[in-house]
Design a protein around this ligand. Structure first.
Ligand SMILES: C[S@@+](CC[C@H](N)C(=O)[O-])C[C@H]1O[C@@H](n2cnc3c(N)ncnc32)[C@H](O)[C@@H]1O
Length: 213
């Protein structure tokens, strides 16, 4: 379902005031600012189009949406209540109206619902919650809408040897992968991997850069 303005009025906000922050792991200011600063150092400029993949309650979005040109922030998220909390409780109404972010509610990586192809993409703490099949699905579907110059930054929890992860997706549990696994997921879906590694994440998630092959 594509996010519509009326959703802002219709979706019930949880009675737990900061649930939309705790659900995505807290550290609201720190990890939001970290993502914005990282993208700027990687060359994000106002005219660029950014996909925030699994944008949650707009922890990064509240920094990126006002920065980019109107309509150039595209967030996709599976939980409508997180998007609603982000737009209603975190993003000033004026910024929302002026900047017109594109927000899509989907758990199937339906990037074709955005009106523009991305220059930059960020998937912060998404692959840390996904099994192999869903990581590949995300990469494959993103590759289908990517330009030759599109860049994807994705974080993961790195292990030195392969571990047995749970079989099903969970927002509560952390999946761990080796760098080699992450490279193969990219290879199988049309992406070349560059390891960035430490980028200042407080829980030690490492950063990867994927570019189209
Ligand atoms: C740890 S949170 C990170 C949120 C955001 N990237 C941030 O840094 O604030 C993980 C997010 O992934 C979302 N998610 C998990 N699977 C997803 C899927 N298949 N499609 C879209 N979002 C998904 C969860 O709902 C949650 O909001």
């Amino acid at each position: 379902m594509t996010y519509k303005l009326k959703l802002r009025k219709n979706i019930m906000i949880t009675k737990e005031p900061n649930k939309h922050r705790s659900y995505i792991g807290n550290m609201w200011e720190r990890i939001g600012q970290l993502q914005f600063d990282f993208l700027i150092t990687q060359g994000l400029e106002k005219p660029h189009v950014l996909y925030d993949i699994a944008c949650g309650s707009l922890r990064a979005g509240i920094h990126i949406i006002p920065y980019l040109n109107q309509g150039n922030y595209c967030g996709i998220e599976k939980h409508d209540w997180l998007i609603s909390a982000g737009t209603l409780l975190e993003l000033p109404q004026k910024v929302y109206s002026q900047q017109k972010p594109e927000l899509v509610i989907s758990d199937k990586f339906e990037f074709e619902k955005f009106s523009k192809s991305p220059d930059f993409c960020i998937a912060q703490s998404l692959f840390t919650h996904l099994p192999v099949s869903e990581i590949k699905d995300c990469l494959e579907k993103l590759r289908a809408v990517a330009k030759p110059t599109t860049v994807l930054f994705a974080t993961f929890f790195e292990t030195s040897t392969e571990v047995k992860n749970p079989n099903v997706q969970s927002d509560a549990q952390g999946w761990r992968y080796t760098l080699n696994q992450m490279q193969l997921f990219g290879k199988h879906t049309g992406w070349l991997l560059e390891y960035i590694g430490n980028w200042g994440h407080p829980k030690g998630q490492k950063m990867l850069k994927y570019t189209p092959v």
